[in-house]
Design a protein around this ligand. Sequence first.
Ligand code: 5GP
Length: 220
Amino acid sequence: MSSKDAANEGAPLRRGLLFVVSAPSGTGKTTVVERLVQRVEELALSRSYTSRATRPGESDGVDYNFITRARFEQMVAANEFLEWADVFGNLYGTGASDVERQLARGCDIVLVIDVQGARQVRLRYANTVGVFVLPPSFEVLEQRLRGRSKDPEEAMQRRLRMARNEVAAFAEYDYVIVNDELEACVERLRAIVLGERARLRSVRREAELIVESFIEKAPR
Ligand code: 5GP
């Protein structure tokens, strides 16, 4: 019986796994994770809340839940975030009840959040699986950022400074992958998810049920 079948019967065989992916801006983490969730069953990408303005091509309820700063602050005061952080002067946060509901249903979730947010999540959920995505080098990151953005030089300098602080946190994570080539990076991340799903702590209940059926049915 898969965890999905069990969930259909009411109680999942295990709680969902919580994956946290962090990387400096420009590493390509969003594309990597979007491909990952298309490729792996029963893995959902958590949609964050943010006070920042939508960028061209983005829409509310798809890329983020876009809310006002005042609404964000109300949610902070009401303790509605699992974690939140100020990134580049905008507020970003993960809805606590959204995540808890999915984990309780046995659904695995990926959060794509910054280093500060990842630290808060680890404090709340000890079993968080952290993955840090590194760009191959400083030069490659700078090239990617300059290629995709029309930010003024000052904003670019701020992003690069921030990247320097973020990469230094890699050792706080369980896994580190280098995004040298998009497809290879997606596959490494997929391998991590599948590996974590096969760990004893993830499969113990399902395995116990199988073993119980042997105890009941197999000859002594
Ligand atoms: P962007 O504005 O480029 O979409 O995201 C900027 C940064 O905010 C990225 O490093 C991204 O990982 C981070 N971020 C996005 N959503 C969240 C969130 O819910 N919580 C935290 N702590 N960081 C987030």
